[in-house]
Design a protein around this ligand. Structure first.
Ligand SMILES: [Zn+2]
Ligand SMILES: [Zn+2]
Length: 334
């Protein structure tokens, strides 16, 4: 990445990460090491809006490893559609239910949802939703009594004036990598898309339902964010599954019977083709390298969107890449 290389991280994120590293990381270090060794085991999946005011980790006072999070515009879940489309939410659902075996799926909407307000109706299940899991009720109570009083004025102001985040973050659903936790962000600061393996598809103006592209358009054209950060992470289940399938195509593939993940992960193919394996390199090491390379590929895909390309070339929009090490809690800018 030379001509279009990523910018250094925005100052706000550098400061927030420094707070995380000095305050929270020392308290969570053992937990991160344990989760790096044993993998994530979240029991709760949350589907929330990208809106910068509604971070699930903040609202439910969640620790790293507790919530597997998908975020898209208006926290929508498409119906099951086994066609050839790239279904980000479906891929995440498949992974959460079949591989992680989560016990709860929470669809969390919010009031004053921008852009699509008029179109959003609360999702209804024929049998009606269950009450929230106990863990979320407790976390929300902590949020409501501790953090909300300190942020109340800010929430009221943001309800009146709308959100004005300057930074968009594209991150993985993985429960260990919450952008709001890692960057110590306040409500209203980060506009967040989360999908399996933090992938950005290339610009494709067809008739598909493109969740990431819709979020990019809204962030860049309506919110006029100044930064887009693609944040990957080590030990990403999605990337490792892709590498296993790539290198052992005949082995049984327990991860993806429904195959949404398989199709979603084909977004990694261009990055994999450009990154040959090294002599004697095992699957794990290759997947870790691929996860990093894929961030650069996603940044290149960002530039295929005309609105992003124009603003980027005028210097009004900066693109950034970063990798979070889930073992040490260390963030590295690319
Ligand atoms: Zn919303
Ligand atoms: Zn991941």
């Amino acid at each position: 990445m030379t001509a279009t290389g990523p910018h250094p991280l925005p100052q706000r994120l550098i400061e927030g990460y420094s707070t995380f590293r000095h305050n929270r990381l020392p308290r969570e270090r053992e937990r991160f090491e344990e989760m790096a060794r044993d993998g994530q085991k979240p029991e709760i999946m949350v589907i929330a809006c990208c809106d910068s005011r509604v971070s699930p980790e903040v609202i439910f006072d969640a620790r790293p490893g507790e919530l597997f999070v998908v975020r898209n515009i208006a926290n929508l879940v498409p119906p099951f559609a086994p066609d050839n489309g790239l279904h980000g939410v479906s891929a995440a659902l498949e992974f959460a239910v079949q591989a992680l075996k989560v016990k709860h799926i929470v669809v969390m909407g919010h009031g004053r949802c921008g852009g699509v307000h008029a179109f959003v109706r609360r999702m209804r299940h024929p049998t009606g939703p269950h009450p929230l899991p106990q863990r979320l009720i407790e976390g929300y109570s902590t949020f409501r009594h501790n953090r909300l009083p300190r942020e109340r004025e800010r929430f009221e102001e943001m309800a009146r004036d709308g959100q004005k985040p300057e930074i968009m973050v594209i991150a993985c659903c993985d429960s260990r990598v919450s952008p709001e936790v890692i960057f110590d962000a306040r409500p209203g600061e980060l506009f967040v898309v989360r999908n399996i393996a933090n992938l950005v598809p290339p610009f494709a103006p067809d008739n598909g339902l493109h969740g990431v592209s819709a979020a990019l358009e809204f962030a860049v054209q309506a919110l006029k964010v100044k930064h887009i950060v693609v944040m990957g992470h080590g030990r990403c289940g999605g990337v490792h599954a892709f590498v296993r399938r790539l290198r052992h195509p005949t082995a049984s593939d327990a991860l993806s019977p429904g195959d949404f993940i398989g199709r979603w992960m084909t977004l990694l193919s261009p990055a994999a083709e450009a990154l040959p394996g090294q002599n004697g390199e095992d699957d794990f090491d290759y997947a870790e390298r691929l996860a990093r390379h894929s961030i650069r590929n996603s940044i290149e895909n960002l530039l295929t969107f005309p609105c992003i390309n124009i603003l980027h070339s005028k210097g009004r929009l900066q693109l950034h890449g970063a990798v979070f090490d889930v073992t040490t809690g260390v963030l590295e800018a690319l």
